[in-house]
Design a protein around this ligand. Structure first.
Ligand code: MN
Length: 250
């Protein structure tokens, strides 16, 4: 069975911040989607987030339509590491950009029927399937470490004042471990990629209900962004929704 996908994406500055330092990528022609969330003074976070999207897009565009999942993992890792190098070099070149960095959560959908993810930081990916909502990424944050050790619940971590302190990001060290995972694609799958400006504002239950509701990728994206804004919009909010469908026979 051949699969196709529809998608929508939106990034909103939120209700509090002066800058939007999130970015997102959608290249449906080659099945690449990503969310990045930049950090750093003098608007450098915005630069880092955009550089990551560009480096990824360049690397993923080079994948052929018959690429295997293994090739997609390599491309995701190479794209993320290329982004890391580019950000470090740019920060070295321009002192005002010292310390800039970004998260990256990147999804590849392969026509052969697989999905592959590459991930660094605290942006997230979810898979909605069979009425369930499964988180596909682990936050690289100090509070997530505490959740893993059983010192905090994930709800406590979500509303923790230091929830956004990262343990891993692009732009910090020349080498950064990239989390990778993947699986089979099924018709009816919905993927959600988002920045922490969404997940910090909504409980997991509310997020799952809104993301899993009926509607097009466009209306679901819109509802999620609006819900984050209604909940305070304390950070930039970025949402990408991708719906996987069976291709109609010609
Ligand atoms: Mn953020």
């Amino acid at each position: 069975m051949s699969l196709r996908w529809t998608y929508a994406g939106r990034s909103h500055i939120g209700r509090v911040r002066d800058l939007n330092e999130d970015a997102w990528l959608a290249e449906p022609a080659f099945g690449a989607f990503a969310v990045t969330d930049g950090m750093g003074g003098h608007a450098a976070g915005e630069v880092a987030a955009r550089m990551a999207v560009e480096a990824l897009s360049e690397r993923l565009a080079a994948l052929t339509a018959d690429a295997t999942a293994a090739a997609a993992y390599d491309a995701l890792e190479e794209g993320i590491l290329a982004a890391n190098r580019a950000i470090l070099e740019e920060a070295e070149r321009d002192p005002r950009k010292r310390g800039m960095g970004t998260t990256v959560t990147a999804l590849m959908l392969l026509p052969a029927g697989q999905w592959a993810l590459g991930h660094v930081g605290d942006s997230r990916a979810y898979l909605l399937r069979d009425g369930g909502c499964r988180r596909l990424t682990e936050d690289h944050t100090v509070v997530q470490e505490l959740v893993r050790k059983g010192h905090l619940t994930s709800e406590q971590a979500r509303v923790h004042p230091r929830a956004s302190v990262l343990t891993r990001a692009l732009g910090v060290e020349p080498k950064v471990p990239v989390d990778k995972r993947g699986g089979q694609l099924l018709a009816g799958d919905r993927f959600l990629l988002c920045s922490d400006g969404l997940t910090a504002m909504l409980s997991e239950g509310r997020l799952a209900a809104l993301a899993g509701a009926n509607g097009t990728a466009e209306t679901v994206t819109e509802r999620l962004v609006e819900a984050a804004l209604a909940a305070g919009g304390a950070d930039n909010v970025t949402v990408v929704v991708v719906d996987v469908e069976a291709e109609e026979p010609a």
